[in-house]
Design a protein around this ligand. Structure first.
Ligand SMILES: CC(C)(COP(=O)(O)OP(=O)(O)OC[C@H]1O[C@@H](n2cnc3c(N)ncnc32)[C@H](O)[C@@H]1OP(=O)(O)O)[C@@H](O)C(=O)NCCC(=O)NCCS
Length: 177
């Protein structure tokens, strides 16, 4: 399928939020932009095993272009393989408005995934840098992301340092997988 330019798509957020520097560093075979549907299920498409932690009691929200259940909170970017117009990477930033710390904003990098056949091409770095850049542009005083040990170098290469530990309480054992 031929590559579809951004101006032919109804994107969920402005493509101008993505830092120019990130675009410059991306190999010309790829393009980075916001998605034209809400990000729900996008990371599931790329991951080998489906996410098990989605609430089982509520159906996934509708993925209608241009609408969001929480406006000005979720910012997703996708990486497109220009040759196929296929999504090969995805990541989401969400903004947390703190009630302490002078009502500051913290950006959270979540659900970063690159298709198995496209891993190792520095696309993960591109996604994390894009999300950090958007976070800074939108006024966050810091950007954080939880990851397993194997992915620590990915974040370090994007300028992050290890800080604290993540604690989690799961509702059932299946969600822990
Ligand atoms: C994590 C993930 C997004 C990385 O994407 P990627 O495009 O392959 O990563 P990059 O090519 O940008 O690699 C960036 C750096 O991360 C590290 N890295 C990436 N994959 C790694 C692996 N499998 N083992 C060890 N280090 C790895 C390397 O330091 C690499 O830098 P280098 O190329 O200079 O050595 C991808 O492996 C993925 O989708 N994994 C499954 C989903 C997942 O675990 N998501 C959580 C992300 S926190």
């Amino acid at each position: 399928m031929p590559f579809t330019p951004d101006d032919q798509l109804e994107l969920t957020i402005s493509h101008e939020l993505i830092p120019q520097q990130v675009r410059k560093e991306l190999h010309e075979s790829f393009h980075i932009r916001p998605p034209f549907v809400l990000p729900i299920l996008l990371s599931d498409l790329l991951l080998p095993t489906p996410c098990t932690h989605r609430s089982v009691s509520s159906p996934p929200p509708t993925t209608t272009a241009g609408t969001s259940p929480a406006p000005h909170t979720y910012y997703t970017v996708v990486l497109i393989d220009r040759a196929t117009d296929r999504i090969v990477g995805v990541g989401t930033l969400f903004l947390e408005r703190k009630f302490v710390g002078a009502l500051g904003v913290v950006g959270h990098v979540e659900d970063v995934a690159v298709g198995k056949d496209m891993q190792g091409k520095r696309l993960g770095i591109c996604i994390v840098r894009a999300l950090s850049g958007i976070s800074e542009r939108l006024g966050a005083y810091k950007t954080v992301g939880n990851c397993n040990d194997v992915n620590i170098p990915l974040y370090e290469k994007c300028g992050a340092v290890r800080k604290g530990n993540e604690m989690a309480k799961y509702v059932n054992d299946r969600a822990r997988l």
